[in-house]
Write a protein that binds this ligand. Structure first.
Ligand code: WT7
Length: 645
């Protein structure tokens, strides 16, 4: 498979960028010609950011799984689509060729139909990183069911909220998941999530860990039984036929929940046509993927990175994608490097937090690995500090591999700002240039475009995007107004990212982090309000305030200031109780790193918590806390400062 839209030089980048901005319809229409459509579009793009309404390839008909699988069968049936590395390195590897992937996805699709799943129905997927997770996702897409994958680190309560919001009728899960030394009881967590649930009709359970699980008659089914039966229906003389459902380009493909600065997580909705074009286009260009190469994205499919760069982007490009069940530090901190050598990985895409964590083990875990197959390295999820960048460059890339620092979001579907590996220059800790189709603007608090450079020649502002690209979110599930308010109302006619940014004289962008009340902990987004709500659920907690603080490995840590009713002692044990509560309400990923019991919070006379002051205290600042005279009780600041943990 060749990619006519692959950019090969700086000149080609400039040309593509210019064309995409001046003639977007022509530009994206041409890119889209490289996909399999049952019917071509009537119009490439129709949009306004006021409602917002964004429609790409309007009128076109397709099925994304025919693009990710069927169209490769003629020439690449025996080529590995997915290489699966188990948690336990002693266990057998599984190599899933494109023809095997086709068979399994067709089976899942038939299995779903057999169980009453129809186009547009929501299927919640809560599984570990096994190939069956990819089959489940693609099986939904094949019949037009909307998948909503939930990361295995979320609690029963979080799942229950998402099931309710999505009005999901079906769940696909596993008995358990192996992650490092742990065996996470996924089915049992699902059982808890289903207490009181009114929408879910069927739960399909794939056997991975063979731990005992409860199976309710009429609701719970074994994946293995259902898949066998489905195969008997669709396979004749060793040929599998299972037609894909014809979808409109703007039909929803999936919902993925993500945190914001207020309220419960929102269900970000991506649609079939634009998302397919954007993930594939960005995959091929950012990583400069060449046919035959092995791509290893270390993310979990429970996050957007896994959706876009383990499953959809690579498969639509006919690539070989490595899927890893375990964690980077088990059985030891050399696991990634072993995998790179074992499968001769050419592209490694991971998170700065993983790099920093592996750095902390020194160079011993690298002994015996030659890593010479690597051609391109990538990072995603948070700003990468220069120290980690250089370690990645020198120790992993041996100064031979371009590093792409890819900035994007759940809402953007795929990468928006990044260098193109080996084609456009990299700059440590800078995401660098926008992809064709992306028109960033820097605005100040009031929404005025920033034009004045500071003494270093930099522009500084809030990052917005001027016009839609094919992968932009279309709505937040069940609540379009929330989508408008969140992303399109802060600044008129602009998509607001929530990130702060710097721009240098050469047009490079450096993302400085969130400007809203959203934390980025180990590359995972989590709202401070959400954590506060969870802490406040604890019986003895009266009020709390959560802020981020710089954390050596996680990037940002969670610092919680907590007021209790003083009925019980405020000790280590009561802190553990609070952590347990947060684990129950959100999941272990949201647990505060530090808890400080306080007698009051710095509030203005109108009752607003001055987070700026708390942030400074959490960062260890003792002197310049800014103006505290407007506080209701300025004395509280000293008290909090003196008792910092
Ligand atoms: C937020 C989005 C994109 C998939 C993983 C996270 C931060 C992401 C970078 C980067 C600096 C980055 C931003 C963004 N972020 N990539 N290369 N440099 N910051 O997806 O959970 O939707 O979070 O992650 O703050 O807004 P997400």
């Amino acid at each position: 498979m060749k990619y006519p839209y692959q950019i090969n030089s700086m000149e080609e980048y400039h040309e593509a960028y210019k064309n995409s901005a001046e003639k977007p319809d022509e530009f994206w229409g041409e890119v889209a010609e490289n996909f399999l459509w049952r019917k071509k579009w009537d119009k490439v793009l129709e949009w306004n950011f006021k409602e917002p309404k964004v429609e790409w390839f309007k009128g076109a008909k397709l099925n994304i799984t025919e693009n990710c699988i069927d169209r490769h069968l003629e020439t690449m049936a025996d080529k590995p689509a997915i290489i699966w590395e188990p948690n336990n390195p002693e266990e057998r590897t599984r190599i899933v060729t494109y023809s095997r992937l086709h068979k399994r996805v067709c089976q899942v699709a038939q299995m779903l139909l057999n169980n009453g799943v129809k186009k547009g129905d929501r299927v919640c997927i809560y599984m570990g990183m096994v190939p069956e997770l990819a089959y489940a996702v693609l099986g939904c897409a094949r019949i037009g069911a909307i998948h909503s994958v939930i990361f295995g680190g979320f609690s029963a309560q979080s799942i229950a909220d998402r099931l309710e919001d999505a009005k999901a009728e079906f769940i696909i899960t596993c008995d358990g998941a192996f992650r490092g030394g742990k065996d996470i009881p996924l089915k049992s967590i699902i059982d808890d999530a289903l207490i009181g649930n009114k929408t879910v009709k069927k739960v399909i359970v794939y056997t991975r860990t063979r731990r005992p699980v409860s199976m309710l008659k009429g609701r719970d089914l074994w994946w293995e039984d259902e898949m066998d039966y489905a195969l008997s229906q669709i396979e004749k003389n060793n040929v599998v036929t299972m037609p894909a459902t014809e979808m409109d380009a703007e039909d929803p493909l999936f919902i993925l929940y993500t945190s914001g600065s207020t309220g419960k997580p929102k269900g970000v909705v991506h649609t079939v046509g634009g998302y397919m074009v954007w993930t594939t286009y960005s995959f091929v260009n950012v990583f400069q993927y060449q046919p035959g190469q092995v791509h290893f994205c270390t993310a979990d499919i429970g996050w957007i990175t896994g959706h876009s760069y383990i499953v959809y982007g690579p498969l639509a490009a006919g690539a070989t994608s490595v899927m890893f069940e375990g964690i980077p530090t088990w059985p030891d901190a050399g696991r990634f490097w072993d995998i790179v050598d074992k499968y001769k990985v050419n592209i490694l895409y991971t998170a700065p937090t993983a790099i920093r964590s592996l750095m902390s083990y020194g160079l011993d875990p690298l002994k015996g690995n030659d890593l010479s197959s690597l051609k391109v390295l990538g990072t995603v999820g948070e700003p990468i500090n220069e120290e980690a960048w250089h370690w990645y460059d020198e120790k992993i890339g041996k100064k031979n591999c371009p590093i792409v620092d890819t900035w994007w979001q759940t809402e953007t579907g795929g990468v928006l700002i990044s260098n193109l590996a080996g084609v456009t220059p990299s700059k440590p800790s800078w995401a660098t240039l926008p992809l064709p189709g992306i028109q960033p603007v820097l605005v100040d608090e009031r929404g005025k475009e920033v034009t004045e450079r500071d003494e270093n020649g930099l522009l500084k502002g809030n990052l917005c995007i001027k016009a839609p690209w094919p992968g932009i979110l279309r709505t937040t599930y069940g609540d379009h107004e929330r989508c408008r308010k969140n992303y399109f109302a802060t600044y008129e006619n602009l998509y607001f990212t929530g990130d702060g940014v710097l721009k240098d004289v050469n047009g490079n962008y450096r993302i400085t982090g969130r400007v809203d009340d959203v934390l980025n902990v180990s590359g995972h987004r989590i709202g401070t309000a959400e954590i506060e709500n969870a802490i406040n659920m604890h019986a003895s907690v009266v009020e709390s305030a959560v802020v981020g603080f710089p954390h050596e490995i996680k990037g940002q840590g969670v610092y919680a200031f907590v007021i209790t009713d003083k009925k019980h002692s405020e000790d280590e044990l009561s802190k553990q109780d609070i952590l347990e509560t947060v684990s129950r309400i959100i999941g272990p990923i949201a647990k505060p790193d530090k808890i400080q019991f306080v007698n009051g919070l710095p509030k203005t006379r109108s009752g607003k918590i001055m987070r700026r002051i708390l942030r400074k205290i959490a960062e260890g600042e003792t002197e310049n806390l800014g103006d505290t005279t407007t506080l209701l009780d300025p004395g509280i600041v000293d008290e909090i400062k003196n008792n910092k943990v």
